[in-house]
Design a protein around this ligand. Structure first.
Ligand SMILES: Nc1ncnc2c1ncn2[C@@H]1O[C@H](COP(=O)(O)OP(=O)(O)OP(=O)(O)O)[C@@H](O)[C@H]1O
Length: 617
C-alpha cells in the first residue's frame, strides 16, 4: 500500500469550500432548471414532516375533545401526506436530470484539461495515472453527491428547526438530550469519511495494477503470449493478490464503521425510549394531551431522523469533497509542458532546425539520454539518424516534436526556440510516423484521415496517401473497401453486424505511414522506423516512393536498415548520447568507424556464405 496521504489528501476547510463552489458552479451550468426545482422541493419537503405532525395533533385533539372544524384540518393533513409521498419522486427525477447534465459537463472538462497538456511527461508518471483514475471515478458521482447532499442538509435543517421548536414547546430538556446524543455521531461520521478517502488513495495503485492484470487476461494483443507462455495463472494470481490488498483495507474500514455506528444507534434508541417513557407518564398525570403525546413522539423521531440525515449527508458530502479534490487537481493542474503566454509565430521553415547543445533525461532520477547534441537539419535536406538500440534516436525525434523540452540547451526553428512557439503551431508543420505507431479500431479510411483532421475528410486525399504508402490495393480489396472496420473487438455499424477485419503487422505499418503522408506537404517529415515490419519488396517500394516525395523537403529518417538511408544528405551516428560521426554515406564509409562497421556487418548478411573448406569437413 502507498502513502495514505495523496495529492488530494486531508485539506483545510477553505480548500473544501473551494471544491464545493466548483461543484455548485458545474451544477448550475449543467442544469439550472433542475437546480432551481430542487431548491423549491427542499423547502416543501423540509416543511412537510413538521406540518404533518402538527396537523395530526390537531386532528387527534379535536376528535378527543369533540371540537368542530375537523374537515379543513383533515384536508390539509391529506395534502401534506400527499406531498410526502409525491415530492420524493419529483426530486428523484430532477436528480436524474442533474446527474446526466453534470456527468457530461464534468467529463468534458476533465478530458479537455487532460488533452490541453501538449507534453508527454505527465502521462509517464504513475501518480498522475492514479490521480486520473480517481478523478474519473469522482467525476461519475462526486459533484452530484456534493450538490445533492448540500440540498438534503438544507432540507434536514429545515425539518430539524421545525421539530426543535415543537419539542421546545413540550420539553426543552428533551431538545438538549436529543441534540447532545447526535453530536458524537457527527464526529464519528466525519472521521470515517476522512479515513475512507485516505483508504481509497492508499490502495489506488493496487486497484490500478488489479485492472491492468485483468485487462491483460482479456486483451486480444496479449492473448497469444498469454496462451503460449501459459501466463494465465500467473496473471490471475497477481490480480487476486492486488484485489486482496484492496479488500483487506475495505474490510478494516467496514468493521470500524459497523462498530461505531452500532454503538451510536443504540444511544439514539435509548434516548427515544426515555423520551417516550417521560411523555406517557406526563400524559397519565394530565400534563400532556393525547395529541401532545403524538406530536412529541413524532418530534423526537423527527429530530433524530433529521439529525442522522444531516450528519450522514454531511459525511457523504465531506467524502465526496475529498474525492472531488482529485478531479479539481487534474482539471486545474498546470500542464507538464509549459506553453508561452505569448507564443512566437512559427513561419514556414526557410533555413533549418538547429539543436544547440541539447541535454535530455526523462527524469532527474534517470540517466542522461542526450549529452550535448549539436546538429543542424538544413531546409530541404534529408538527415538520417543511426545508432544502436537505446542510443537516443527516438528521444531526439520526440524533442523535435516538442513532446518534451530539452533539460539544457535549445532547439531552434529558423532561430525561434521551440519553447517560445505554441506546440500546436509546431505540430501543424510536422508529419510523423513513430516507431510505436497506433492502430485505431476505426475504418481504414478513418485510420488514415486522422493524420490530417484539419484538412477535412477528403476521400481523394486519403486514397492518395494510401497509394503513396503502397497500401491502396490492399484496402480497396477489403470487404467494404476503405469503409471496412479494422478491429478485432468491435462490430461494424450498419444494417448487418459485420465483424472487423484485422491487418497484418506490415499492413498496419503502411497504414500508419499513409496517416503521416496525409501531411506530406508539411515543412518537416519525420519517419522513425517506417519500414521495419515490411517485406523486402514492400520496403524497396516504400523507400523508392519516399525518396520521390522527400525530394526538396526537410526530413529526418531513422532506420536500422542502413541501406535505406544511404542516399540521405547527411547521416548522423548517435552513440552514448552524443553525435560520434556525421557525413554522407561515402564519407562515413571512407572513415571506417562505427557506421562503416555496422553497414558492412549488415551487407555481409546478404552475401553468400563461404564454402566450407575441405579441411574443416
Ligand atoms: N518514456 C521514457 N521514460 C524513461 N526512459 C525512456 C523513455 N523512453 C526511452 N527511454 C530511455 O531512453 C533511452 C533512449 O531511448 P530511445 O527510444 O530514444 O532509443 P532509440 O535510439 O530510439 O532505440 P531503438 O533503436 O531501440 O529504437 C533508452 O535507454 C530508453 O530506456
Amino acid at each position: 500500500m502507498r502513502d495514505p496521504r495523496g495529492p488530494a489528501g486531508e485539506t483545510g476547510a477553505g480548500s473544501l469550500f473551494r471544491r464545493g463552489r466548483v461543484a455548485a458552479e458545474l451544477a448550475w451550468r449543467a442544469r439550472p432548471a433542475a437546480v432551481l426545482g430542487s431548491l423549491a422541493l427542499v423547502l416543501l419537503m423540509g416543511a412537510a414532516p413538521v406540518a404533518t405532525a402538527w396537523l395530526t395533533k390537531l386532528v387527534i385533539d379535536r376528535l378527543a375533545n369533540g371540537e368542530g372544524g375537523l374537515l379543513p384540518v383533515a384536508a390539509a393533513l391529506g395534502v401534506a401526506g400527499l406531498a410526502l409521498v409525491v415530492l420524493p419522486h419529483v426530486s428523484e427525477y430532477l436528480n436524474g436530470q442533474l446527474h446526466r447534465g453534470l456527468q457530461r459537463l464534468v467529463y468534458d472538462r476533465l478530458f479537455l484539461a487532460v488533452n490541453a497538456d501538449p507534453g508527454l511527461s505527465r502521462f509517464e508518471n504513475p501518480s498522475f495515472h492514479d490521480e486520473l483514475r480517481l478523478a474519473h471515478e469522482a467525476g461519475q458521482n462526486a459533484p452530484q453527491q456534493i450538490v445533492g447532499s448540500s440540498l438534503a442538509i438544507c432540507q434536514g435543517v429545515l425539518t430539524l428547526l421545525g421539530f426543535v421548536v415543537t419539542l421546545t414547546v413540550l420539553s426543552p430538556v428533551m431538545v438538549v438530550i436529543v441534540i447532545a446524543a447526535a453530536l458524537p455521531s457527527a464526529r464519528v461520521q466525519l472521521a470515517l469519511s476522512r479515513r475512507r478517502a485516505r483508504t481509497l488513495w492508499g490502495v489506488s495503485s493496487n486497484t490500478r495494477r488489479q485492472l491492468f492484470y485483468g485487462a491483460l487476461l482479456t486483451s486480444p494483443d496479449a492473448a497469444k503470449e498469454v496462451r503460449l507462455f501459459r501466463l494465465g495463472d500467473f496473471l490471475r494470481t497477481r490480480m487476486l493478490t492486488e484485489l486482496e490488498t484492496v479488500n483487506e483495507a475495505e474490510r478494516d474500514l467496514d468493521w470500524r464503521t459497523l462498530r461505531s455506528q452500532g454503538l451510536l444507534s443504540l444511544l439514539g434508541a435509548a434516548v427515544a425510549a426515555g423520551g417516550l417513557f417521560w411523555a406517557v407518564l406526563t400524559a397519565a398525570s394530565g400534563g400532556l394531551s393525547v395529541g401532545d403525546v403524538s406530536v412529541f413522539v413524532a418530534a423526537v423521531a423527527g429530530v433524530q431522523t433529521a439529525l442522522t440525515a444531516i450528519v450522514s449527508r454531511w459525511a457523504g458530502a465531506h467524502n465526496a469533497l475529498l474525492m472531488f479534490g482529485h478531479y479539481v487537481g487534474v482539471v486545474q493542474a498546470e500542464p507538464g509542458l509549459p506553453v508561452a503566454a505569448r507564443p512566437s509565430a512559427l513561419p514556414a521553415l526557410r533555413a533549418g532546425i538547429e539543436l544547440r547543445d541539447v541535454w535530455f533525461r526523462y527524469d532527474d532520477e534517470h540517466p542522461w539520454v542526450l549529452r550535448g547534441v549539436d546538429l543542424f537539419i538544413p531546409h530541404g535536406q534529408a538527415v538520417a539518424l543511426v545508432g544502436l538500440n537505446g542510443a537516443g534516436k527516438s528521444t531526439l525525434v520526440k524533442l523535435l516534436c516538442r513532446l518534451y523540452d530539452p533539460v539544457r540547451g535549445s532547439i531552434l526553428w529558423d532561430g525561434v526556440d521551440l519553447r517560445e512557439a505554441h506546440p500546436d503551431d509546431l505540430r501543424a508543420r510536422i508529419g510523423v510516423v513513430f516507431q510505436d505507431y497506433m492502430t485505431y479500431d476505426l475504418t481504414a479510411a478513418e485510420n488514415i484521415m486522422l493524420g490530417d483532421l484539419a484538412g477535412g475528410a477528403d476521400p481523394e486525399a486519403v486514397r492518395a496517401a494510401a497509394r503513396r504508402a503502397g497500401i491502396h490495393d490492399t484496402l480497396d480489396a477489403l470487404p467494404r473497401g476503405y469503409d471496412t472496420l479494422l478491429s478485432r473487438i468491435f462490430f461494424g455499424e450498419g444494417d448487418e453486424r459485420q465483424a472487423g477485419v484485422t491487418l497484418s503487422g506490415g499492413q498496419w505499418q503502411r497504414l500508419a505511414l499513409a496517416r503521416a503522408l496525409m501531411r506530406h506537404q508539411r515543412d518537416l517529415l519525420i519517419l522513425d522506423e517506417p519500414s521495419s515490419g515490411l517485406d523486402a519488396e514492400a520496403e524497396h517500394a516504400v523507400h523508392q516512393g519516399m525518396r520521390r516525395h522527400r525530394a526538396g523537403r526537410t526530413s529526418v529518417l531513422i532506420s536500422h536498415r542502413l541501406g535505406a538511408l544511404r542516399d540521405a544528405d547527411l547521416i548522423v551516428v548517435l552513440s552514448d548520447g552524443k553525435i560520434s560521426e556525421r557525413g554522407t554515406h561515402d564519407e562515413l564509409m571512407a572513415k571506417g568507424e562505427q557506421y562503416a562497421r555496422l553497414f558492412s556487418l549488415q551487407a555481409s548478411g546478404y552475401e553468400p556464405a563461404p564454402e566450407p573448406s575441405a579441411a574443416s569437413g
